[in-house]
Each structure stands twice: as C-alpha cells, then as structure tokens.
Design a protein around this ligand. Structure first.
Ligand code: UD1
Ligand code: UDP
Length: 372
C-alpha cells in the first residue's frame, strides 16, 4: 500500500480534496493520511464535518488577520515534521493557496514527490489573482505530477516546458464534490441546516460571494456599491450574501450593505446548504474560482466580479467577466433580470470542468506512477 499525504488548509481546497481522500480511503492500493494546516479554521471545519473527514494531523495554524509571510513560514515549519514522521510515498496538494505552495515547498525539501490537483491555471499576471497566480507558477515548478482540469490547462503547462508524460487531463474534483452533494439534496437527504435555509429564502434571490485580495479597498467598495444599487432598484428580489470571514471583507460589506431590507448578510455556509442556495438562486455574482466552476453544472448564470480570470473555458457560456466597476456590475445584472433570451443562453451552457470521476482518475494515475 502506498502512503499518500493529502495537505490542505482552506475552504475551497477542502471541498476539492475531501472527495480525493474518500476515493483513496476505499482503494486498497493506498493508505491516505490527511494533514490540515487549518489556514482557515471555521470555514475548513464546516467542510470536514460534511464529508466526515477526520484529519490525522491538524496543525491549527490560522491566526486572526494573518500575514502571507507569517503564514507561509509557519506552514513550512509545521508540515516538515509531519513529512518526516509519515514518510509518504507522495504528497497531494490542490490549487493555489499559501497552504498549497508552502506545503509543496516543504515536500520538495524532503524529497517527497508532489501531485498537484487543478494544475495549469494561469491569468499570466502575477498580481491577479494575488498571490495565487504566483503560487500556481511556483507549485508547477516543484511538482512531479500535474492533474489539469481541462485540455487548455494541460496546453498551458506544456507551453511552459513541463514534460508531457507528467501532465494529465483529469477534470476538476470540485465536480465530484458538487455532484455528490447535489444528489444528496435531490434525494431529500439533506441536513436540518440546509432544510431551514431553504425554508428561510422563499423570495427569488441573487446569490453573492466575494473575497479576492487584489480587490480589497476600492475594488471591494465598488462591488458593495453595485450590490446596494441593485437591491435598491429591485425590491422584488432578495440578495443573499454569505460573507467571508476575512476582516478585509467583513468591514466594507457590513458598512455598505447592512440595513437594507432585501439584503441578507449571513455567515459563511457549509457546502451542502451553499449548494442548495446556488440551486435555488436566480443568478450568482462572485469572484470565487470554485463557484465559476460549479454554477454551469447547476444551470446558473455567473457574473464574475474580477478583471481577469484563469477559468476561460466558461466565458461566453454560463460565465461573464464583468470587473469591479459598479455601473458595469449593475448593468450586466439588469440584463440578466430583464432579458429572458440572454438569461436562457447563459443558463443552458455546458460545464467544461469535469464529470464527477476526477478523483478515481487521479487514483489510477498515482497507482501507475508509484507502481501500486
Ligand atoms: C485564502 C486564500 C485564497 C482562497 C481563499 C478561499 C491565500 C493567500 N489565500 O484567502 O487563495 O481563495 O482563502 O476562501 O492562501 N478567517 C477566519 N476564519 C476562517 C477563515 C478565515 O476568521 O475560517 C479570517 C482570519 O482572520 C484570517 C483571515 O480571514 O486571518 C484571512 O484568511 P487567509 O486564509 O489568510 O486569506 P483568505 O482571504 O481567506
Ligand atoms: N462555498 C461554501 N460556502 C459559502 C460560500 C462558498 O461552501 O458560504 C463554496 C463554493 O461552493 C465553492 C467554494 O466554497 O466550492 C469557494 O470557496 P472560496 O470562494 O472561499 O474560494 P475560491 O474558490 O475563490 O478559491
């Protein structure tokens, strides 16, 4: 049995790595060991609970208002002893967070091969998203095996000189997570939290999420002003916004959007209630990477409040890039509200990011590479 150490720390990594841990747990070729940095605490725990994953190692590293430098050094320092103790045959990391890059670097220093899920995403601008674009580039340089979600992501890696025998198109494991959870909701097997939320939001609503570091300051203020204007102009609609726990998000959101009768600011949700909310929403305003990947599978149009996206496959289908300018966010939202044909074209788009079989594909590739 090959020992695989899965390291992750934030909400989106957990959503995309828990199905991977589940797949390895039921596969006799592997002994998976889960180590969480807990770069996020509450938002990580919500996901671990939902997927019933109990980490073998919990480094509990989150500090309120943590800095990139402090977090990076604490992760390298704390993951290294785990690598020394477990002596895994390989480590898996996912995506582009500080946990992703710092854990990969720690593994590189310990000579442990690295498998990178969601490899090959690029905007080409190292400042957007910040610092994620650089985390992606650096993780690519030190990873051994690159699990790309789409053919385009694979081409990007080949153009950077990554050897083709180590780059695989597997889909994105977010779709494994999404379909598992959506099917549970459709079978009526959802939690009481999800049922209560569905009962609470009966009126048609627009769903909002936002947290990107490069938008902090004027960009984020402008996003909030757009949402405010939309809510005031459309009292027939609710805006439901689970607010990310980052203090740089909480402050402007609560200052600009509190007190409006049709804006519901709520705590971050566990994944099952959030998927249920996406399923029932009219459309979604977001800057999230994961939501851009999920929404087309649910037939929900998405307006991405960023200037650049590394997820080009969805553009001109179910996803539109609208930037952070308030007037543009408002006008694109109103077009979706008023123009039924435009809405239908976006809602009918096909999902380019996966079929729900990504984790079993990655398990087979790992078995080949490791001779399991
Ligand atoms: C991080 C990732 C980003 C990812 C995002 C997903 C980095 C540099 N950023 O950004 O790539 O898209 O997560 O959400 O890796 N906090 C809590 N509880 C939580 C989570 C966060 O209180 O459960 C607060 C803390 O004060 C923490 C702060 O948010 O210090 C920032 O968290 P951090 O992970 O550093 O940055 P994010 O903006 O969440
Ligand atoms: N999500 C969630 N609860 C919420 C908001 C988002 O479970 O209240 C999920 C969402 O479905 C997606 C992921 O969290 O899978 C996205 O995380 P986030 O936006 O924090 O990070 P990003 O995807 O931008 O890296």
């Amino acid at each position: 049995m090959k020992k695989i150490l899965l390291v992750f720390g934030t909400r989106p990594e957990a959503i995309k790595m828990c199905p991977m841990a589940q797949a390895l747990r039921t596969d006799s070729r592997f002994q998976p060991i889960v180590c969480v940095t807990a770069q996020h605490r509450q938002m990580l725990d919500q996901i671990l609970d939902l997927f019933a994953i109990k980490p073998e190692y919990d480094l509990n590293l989150m500090l309120p208002g943590q800095t990139l430098a402090g977090l990076t050094s604490r992760i390298i320092d704390s993951v290294t002893p785990v690598l020394k103790e477990v002596r895994p045959d390989a480590i898996l990391v996912q995506g582009d967070t500080t946990t992703t890059f710092a854990s990969a670097l720690a593994a590189f220093y310990e000579n442990v091969p690295i498998g990178h899920l969601e490899a090959g995403l690029r905007t080409g601008d190292i400042r957007a998203p910040f610092p994620e674009e650089m985390n992606r580039v650096l993780t690519t340089r030190i990873a051994s095996w690159h699990f790309a979600a789409t053919p385009r992501n694979r081409e990007t890696l080949l153009a950077e000189g990554v050897p083709s025998e180590n780059v695989f198109v597997t889909g994105n494991s977010v779709i494994d997570a999404l379909l598992q959870v959506r099917d549970r909701i459709q079978r009526g097997e959802c939690s009481s939290e999800t049922a209560a939320l569905m009962a609470r939001f009966q009126k048609p609503y627009i769903l909002v999420t936002g947290h990107r570091r490069e938008s902090f300051g004027t960009g984020f203020e402008s996003i909030c002003q757009a949402i405010r204007a939309l809510a005031v102009k459309h009292p027939e609609l609710d805006v439901v916004y689970p607010v990310h726990l980052n203090p740089n998000v909480q402050e402007p959101v609560r200052r600009i959007l509190s007190g409006l009768p049709n804006v519901q600011l709520i705590e971050p949700l566990s994944y099952e209630p959030f998927v249920a909310l996406m399923c029932r929403s009219k459309f979604i305003l977001t800057d999230s990477g994961g939501v851009q990947e999920e929404a087309p599978s649910l037939g929900k149009p998405v307006l991405v409040m960023r200037d650049k996206t590394e997820r080009q496959e969805g553009l001109n289908g179910g996803v539109r890039l609208v930037g952070t300018d308030a007037a543009r966010i408002l006008s694109e939202s109103e077009k979706l509200i008023a123009d039924a044909d435009h809405y239908r074209r976006m809602a009918e788009a096909i999902n380019p990011y996966g079929d729900g079989q990504t984790c079993s594909r990655i398990a087979d590739l790992l078995a080949q590479k490791l001779g399991a």
